[in-house]
Design a protein. Structure first.
Length: 281
């Protein structure tokens, strides 16, 4: 990860290199933290209202009323960060963690707030043209509706993913496919788009696609068995930093023809058209 010089820490904009996080921070000691992440393209924060809504829902769930900023204040901070960093293309990461603790476990109702501005580029073009591989992993994220900083399985599997030339783990629980470590998951069975509904993070890219896809395909949000996935005609993942990426292999099973499917290509184009429209508005 590479950062632009200016970030926001606690109550002011400063140079990210000068930040000194306390060692008795619950985010560090106990992984107590939430975050959200969105793009800024041509100096404009993309889908910021959706991301702030999800972030604030998470803050209420985890930190109650201890987070004192308003959506308006955060938008103003982000605008200032974009201006000070002369940002044309990048990503904004908002992090809210548990704050200082006296005994290593007690939350003192003073969370730590940090906004980082990161360098960003989409994955290689080959991922979109040729598709990617996923590896199944038996896991269900705790509090899946909250975007937490807990990514333990992804880190544990990092060497195996590299060895297998796989992009991400695909989480499966009780025979049902949920999501990948950083993305939502979809399949096509003929012209029916199917995606898990429960036990997943409500991704913003997922939300946007479901917002327009019903004009083109029948949609089913429901439990999705792993056995169905292996027999799918097409599969893909979605995420803020990825858009739509085709999945052509899961474990040792080839999905469909082993190449990105036509329906996935349609959604890929529709989503990037939407992104371009949002960027240029």
């Amino acid at each position: 990860m590479m950062f632009y010089p200016f970030c926001f820490y606690q109550n002011k904009i400063c140079d990210y290199k000068k930040i000194k996080l306390p060692l008795n921070e619950l985010g560090f000691l106990r992984a107590i933290g939430i975050f959200d992440y969105f793009l800024a393209l041509k100096g404009k924060p993309i889908f910021i209202e959706d991301h702030l809504e999800r972030f604030f829902n998470a803050t209420k769930r985890v930190f109650k009323d201890d987070f004192k900023f308003s959506k308006k204040e955060i938008k103003e901070i982000i605008e200032e960060l974009i201006e000070k960093n002369q940002l044309k293309k990048g990503a904004i990461r908002m992090i809210l963690s548990g704050g200082k603790t006296k005994d290593g476990k007690t939350y003192l109702k003073r969370p730590t707030f940090l906004i980082l501005v990161e360098k960003f580029k989409f994955p290689p073009r080959s991922f979109y043209k040729k598709g990617i591989k996923l590896l199944t992993y038996n896991f269900k994220r705790p509090f899946p509706e909250i975007k937490t900083t807990f990514y333990f399985p992804l880190i544990l599997l990092s060497k195996k993913l590299l060895k297998e030339k796989a992009f991400e783990p695909l989480y499966v629980s009780e025979g049902k496919v949920l999501e990948t470590a950083t993305s939502n998951f979809f399949i096509f069975k003929k012209n029916v788009l199917i995606t898990p509904k429960k036990g997943i993070l409500s991704g913003i890219t997922r939300k946007k696609i479901l917002g327009f896809v019903k004009k083109y395909f029948k949609v089913e949000e429901r439990d999705l068995k792993l056995s169905e996935v292996f027999k799918a005609d097409e599969a893909f993942i979605t995420a803020t930093g990825k858009g739509v990426i085709p999945v052509v292999k899961i474990d040792k099973t080839t999905i469909g023809s082993g190449k990105p499917g036509q329906n996935t290509k349609i959604l890929m184009k529709l989503y990037f058209d939407l992104l371009e429209k949002e960027t240029n508005n």
